[in-house]
Design a protein around this ligand. Structure first.
Ligand code: GLU
Length: 484
């Protein structure tokens, strides 16, 4: 059996789109599931799109997500170089072979002529090169080459008949050859087009399974014609469905959620993002949804990839991220959360205690500051918050609770969670009321918020004695004013 070899072939355009990362993941999983090789190839032949620093983003993302490549520009391998711009002589050599076979030809048409052809076609999609230069004689071609005229090399596609190709996800697809444009293989700057380079490289690098976005489906017949022209084996094609923002719009660069870096910056965990992305267009065939990379390697069967577009569901991603956060060791959560604490808390508090309260409540790390601002400073709040039907509290009994509580609090020592709890519960017994009548007003006075991570004991414990007394006094003042 031939060893499975797949490649992730990003163009260095400056960021890792969720769609690209999914392609990388599926490509990796297909190789590793079969015990094969995962190769990284950089497709940088479109020099205009090249963005400084883009390579680092690619390497860093693969490293962060654990998609470790077996061969690539940084680690080498037997079929390098792995950067297309370093392979230009290879492409030219193969393009010339096609010319010799009559499968490709030089084209000297000027930009103006091509623009006119384009303008005369009904839509830009209908545009097809008219094979003008195919009819040049050998002598004419040689003359033009000798005179240094700029040229491109085009594929020579038949005008009749049908080309069929097979995709593992989309099945057999037939295209009339009359629809196939004589696409450019080598550009006037000497660089190959993606359309040509991908075929040459996939063959020379021994790629057995080509995984990429469905936007390349319509070009696949032209790639097949190239493989056939060279007499090369066609790889297995696995085109992945598009990722949509909603039923009508593709996930796009402009939408802030579209890149891996954006998601990490927003406080998603890389493991959760990877897990979620795995499910965008694939399912394991059962209800299980939480998978680490190892489990994905074991489970992933590309035959279960869907044809239909996948919707990027932020709510689901949030939920999944929350599940991953819950499973973190407390110390790890604490260190991930710390920068977010620092955004709103400049006091020195016992952050580990805050982490204990928060870990089960946070879905995305960037939500943290909103949960915590009251630890830094008591917000201005309305006394309406003391009135709670279920807790059976009103302005009068709340005032009574706080007034009775204050001297106990002032006398409390040492300041520990257990002592604070005992102090509150003693008051419950003393007043012979339900817990809520004591705990609701205290928590409200301590936080000024309707809902908080943790209750009265935890908050008092974290903010400390002095601050707790200060806040209870503010509560008493507010309620006295109301009750007058
Ligand atoms: N360089 C192409 C891209 O970044 C990759 C297409 C492919 O995987 O064949 O979209």
């Amino acid at each position: 059996m031939v060893k499975v070899r797949t490649r992730f072939a990003p163009s260095p355009t400056g960021y890792m789109h969720v769609g690209n990362l999914r392609t990388a993941l599926y490509t990796y999983l297909i190789a590793k599931h079969a015990g094969g090789d995962f190769i990284l190839r950089i497709e940088d032949t479109d020099q205009e799109r090249f963005v400084e620093g883009a390579l680092d983003i690619i390497y860093n993302t693969l490293e962060a997500t654990g998609l470790k490549h077996d061969e690539g520009p940084d680690i080498g391998g037997p079929v390098g170089p792995y950067i297309q711009s370093q392979r230009t002589d290879i492409y030219l050599k193969y393009a010339k072979k096609l010319i010799d076979k009559g499968e490709a030809y030089y084209c000297f048409c000027t930009k103006e002529r091509i623009d006119t052809l384009r303008a005369n076609s009904e839509t830009s999609k209908d545009y097809k090169y008219d094979k003008h230069c195919l009819h040049l004689s050998k002598e004419e071609v040689n003359e033009k080459l000798a005179s240094g005229l700029p040229y491109v090399i085009r594929q020579n596609n038949p005008e009749n008949g049908v080309t069929t190709f097979h995709d593992e996800i989309y099945g057999d697809i037939c295209v009339d050859n009359s629809e196939l444009d004589d696409m450019i293989l080598i550009k006037s700057d000497g660089y190959p087009t993606y359309n040509f380079a991908n075929v040459i490289d996939d063959h020379l690098m021994g790629i057995t399974h080509v995984v990429r976005g469905s936007e390349y489906l319509s070009s696949a017949p032209k790639y097949n014609r190239l493989y056939e022209a060279f007499g090369w084996q066609i790889p297995v094609y696995i085109h992945c469905p598009p990722i949509m923002k909603d039923t009508h719009h593709k996930l796009s660069k402009r939408n802030g959620d579209a890149s891996f870096e954006d998601l990490i910056k927003k406080g998603y965990l890389k493991e959760a993002v990877l897990n979620y992305i795995a499910l965008l267009g694939w399912n394991p065939g059962d209800e299980k949804e939480i998978f680490n990379l190892e489990e994905l390697v074991e489970k992933f069967d590309y035959r279960n990839i869907n044809k239909s577009p996948a919707i990027f569901d932020t709510i689901k991603l949030k939920w999944m991220n929350g599940e991953y956060i819950k499973k973190l060791p407390l110390e790890t959560f604490n260190s991930l959360a710390l920068p977010y604490y620092k955004e709103v808390i400049s006091k020195s508090l016992d952050f580990l205690k805050i982490s204990k309260l928060l870990q089960t409540r946070v879905e995305v790390l960037s939500e943290i500051p909103d949960f915590l601002d009251f630890f830094q400073e008591l917000p201005d709040y309305s006394t309406d918050m003391y009135v709670h039907k279920k807790m059976k509290t009103n302005l009068q009994n709340s005032l009574n609770t706080l007034e009775k509580f204050l001297p106990k609090l002032e006398a409390l020592a040492p300041w520990t969670f257990e002592n604070i709890e005992k102090c509150c519960m003693d008051l419950v017994s003393e007043l012979q009321v339900k817990n809520g009548v004591v705990l609701w007003p205290i928590r409200t006075a301590l936080s000024g918020k309707k809902s908080t991570p943790g209750g009265a004991f935890e908050i008092a414990d974290i903010i400390g004695k002095e601050e707790s007394i200060k806040r209870i006094k503010i509560g008493i003042d507010k309620l006295r004013n109301e009750n007058q």
